[in-house]
Design a protein around this ligand. Sequence first.
Ligand code: ZN
Length: 360
Amino acid sequence: MASRHNPILPFLIAISIGLLFTSTPASAQMERKVTKLADGIYEIEHQDALDGFASGNSTVIIGERQVFVVDSCFLPSAAREDIAQIRQWTDKPVSFLLNTHFHNDHNLGNRAYMDAFPALTIIAHVETKKDMDMFGPGSESREEKSMVFLQQMMDTGKTKDGRALTADEKTEVKNALAHRLPVIEELKKVKFQSATLTFEHDFLVDIGNREVQIKFLGRGNTAGDAVVYLPKEKIAIVGDLVVYPIPYIYDGYPTEWIQTMQNLSQLDSATIVPGHGPILHDKTYVFLIRDLLKSAVDQMNAKLTQSGPAMFRSLDEVKGSVDLSPFRERFAGTDKDTAAAFDDMASNLVKVVFEEASLR
Ligand SMILES: [Zn+2]
């Protein structure tokens, strides 16, 4: 699941190549799906293509005067499909588009919205805009590099660490390459559109008898994760702070993320829209992610207290002291592929927690 989730980090696919060979987790989104959350509020789950690329969820909030969209998804062609759908729902313009964070599976569609609605304001946290400006324009060349890596595997018949591919794995690499080609072609044509309005703390927009609150609850998945909260409807749209069924923890700020999840849990919400995956109707999963992060951080700190600071240790020396396996079934149930995705995420979480400790 995780390597499917961040097209800005294609090398993760190289590192955790095992994931490419697990079949799709049970909950991966194979078709575009639209859910009505309330009158004039819709959530769109985009299709996760067969190429390893994932696309973040989008949420459409229609007011009496204006439309507010949360996240513009990955491919501009998918964003244009969403725009056509919005025009069927309303003749009001999309005036505001918010990017929850800088990962490009949530904002490469920005330009499509800007082209369709030239008066559009694109909102992001100030740290998110900085990261978007840094990573956004290079998306296509990074994806092309991941193609080179897959092509090398295809040509040599081996993984990067020299293990021979099985026949099934060869087929998967071949399919991934074939499915990626048209995506790369589309990415070549993308003109990156960054945010046009930044914020640091909370603010609200009234789009006509509908209040949209934008909040920064602390760092977590990135340095600038924004949450959109609709107080009347008790809906929270939370970006990749929450990814279901396996959280996306391949970088970010695990220690602060614990508190951010605690802050998130305090919002009076009956509906939570995650960055990827289906809508959640209670906070159980929010608490589960908080507890996983806390367990990883606490176990790492306990080990380092006993062994000495991280700056004098290597990851290999300490990683065996952090055991996250008690969480596997709570996240993955009995599904084998989802369990493999959990294990991949968990070993990366330990690495990120160690790197964070090394900075102290
Ligand atoms: Zn994402």
